[in-house]
Write a protein that binds this ligand. Structure first.
Ligand SMILES: *Cc1c(COP(=O)(O)O)cnc(C)c1O
Length: 391
């Protein structure tokens, strides 16, 4: 079979299962509304929770940094690419999180892959929530540690696995703190207690919690009051912070270990310093404008309440990520298509991103959505949901 036939057959099979994915073109900046394929639509699928992606202060911070530090960083940070803005961002994020030290990675994906694969090895075992993000799974696979997946947030099952006799040298429990496709929150307090009881390290991925959860927006570790009890906190600047890149934070020795072993840190060029400067500006905004977070939560509660009233299955969400579970992939795609026709963009999420037969629309709420936006969405979801016999 020629390679072209091989690729073509694969795409045709995806198409037939309603699983073919395509990119859509956005012009102009990310906001509560975006220009998609040339037409303005309300945006309900971005992780830009606080509306910072087009904030003039991030843009200014990046522009000023470029004037001083140029654009590219020229080499790995371990060679000559460790720029002033990288260092400042690391000091800022460590101080904000109340952690002894932090290390910046070029993306959340690279942070998870690099941290997990450097900490764990073939004699070790990793306990991982079944719904953890793909980058966590890839990090575990790369580490060659034994992977034990526990049913989603099921603490009895996790404890059962921890009790099993094991010859593993070291053990790690890793979880998303907010699950990206369901919007529910991992029981970090119970996981921390199990980690302590069974002598495991604990790592949380705060991608969707950073800037969103906790009194000061530090994430789910703050929400549960677990400061000092989680060995590795990882989070991203690409979601609520409206920027790009990621951090890992923990003890000074942990960070030094990562600098020396995390291959996705060592064997890659430092991120452009202007990106780091924009992330730092975003943290400063998070610190000084808690009202953004409050509006985000008001919006999330309002919309969640309306959708529940209408009779949609919104799963167990407790955050601004609100899934509308329709199960069938074709139906999810059709639902999304009809909403888009009505000027509302909500993407359909299908397997393998979510488990089989749990296709859904994934609605994400932003602080910058107005009540009117939320009401327009609700009205369209009601009309289309009824037309498709979902409610
Ligand atoms: C988005 C996401 C990542 C990846 O972060 P990027 O900065 O987009 O690479 C990692 N973990 C979780 C839980 C995420 O949702």
């Amino acid at each position: 079979m020629s390679k072209e036939v091989f690729f073509g057959n694969d795409i045709a099979a995806l198409e037939q299962q309603q699983l073919r994915r395509r990119m859509r073109d956005v012009e102009g900046p990310q906001g509560r509304a975006i220009v998609l394929n040339g037409r303005e639509v309300l945006n309900f699928c971005s992780n830009n929770y606080l509306g910072l992606a087009d904030d003039p202060r991030l843009i200014r911070a990046a522009a000023e940094c470029m004037e001083k530090e140029g654009f590219g960083s020229g080499a790995s940070r371990l060679v000559c690419g460790n720029m002033a803005s990288h260092r400042r961002l690391e000091e800022k994020i460590a101080a904000f999180k109340g952690a002894p030290a932090a290390l910046v990675f070029s993306s959340g994906y690279m942070a998870n892959v690099g941290i997990i694969s450097s900490l764990m090895g073939r004699d070790d075992v990793v306990f991982s929530d079944r719904l953890n993000h793909a980058s966590i799974i890839d990090g575990i696979l790369l580490s060659q540690a034994k992977l034990k997946r526990y049913p989603h947030s099921d603490m009895d099952a996790l404890e059962g696995m921890l009790r099993e006799p094991s010859s593993a040298k070291r053990k790690l429990i890793v979880t998303d703190s907010v699950f990206s496709m369901d919007g529910d929150i991992a029981p970090l307090d119970r996981i921390a207690a199990l980690a302590e009881r069974y002598g495991c390290m604990m790592m949380v991925d705060e991608a969707h919690a950073f800037g969103v959860l906790g009194k000061n927006g530090k994430g789910a570790v703050e929400h549960f009051g677990l400061e000092g009890r989680v060995d590795i906190q990882m989070g991203t600047f690409s979601k609520a912070a409206g920027s790009f890149g990621a951090y890992g934070c923990g003890s000074e020795t942990l960070i030094e270990y990562l600098v020396n072993h995390a291959r996705s840190f060592i064997y890659t060029t430092g991120m452009p310093p202007a990106v780091a400067a924009a992330s730092q500006a975003a943290i400063e905004i998070m610190e000084h404008e808690p009202d953004r977070r409050e509006t985000l939560w008001d919006n999330a509660r309002y919309l969640g309440g309306r959708l529940k009233e209408l009779g949609f299955d919104i799963g167990r969400t407790r955050t601004p990520i609100i899934p509308i579970i329709v199960r069938d992939s074709g139906l999810a795609v059709e639902f999304s298509r009809r909403l888009l026709e009505a000027g509302i963009f909500v993407s359909a999420i299908r397997p393998p991103t979510v488990p089989a037969n749990t296709a859904r629309l994934r609605v994400t709420v932003m602080a910058t959505h107005t009540r009117e936006d939320l009401d327009r969405l609700t009205e369209q979801l009601k009309n289309t949901g009824r037309a498709l016999c979902l409610i």
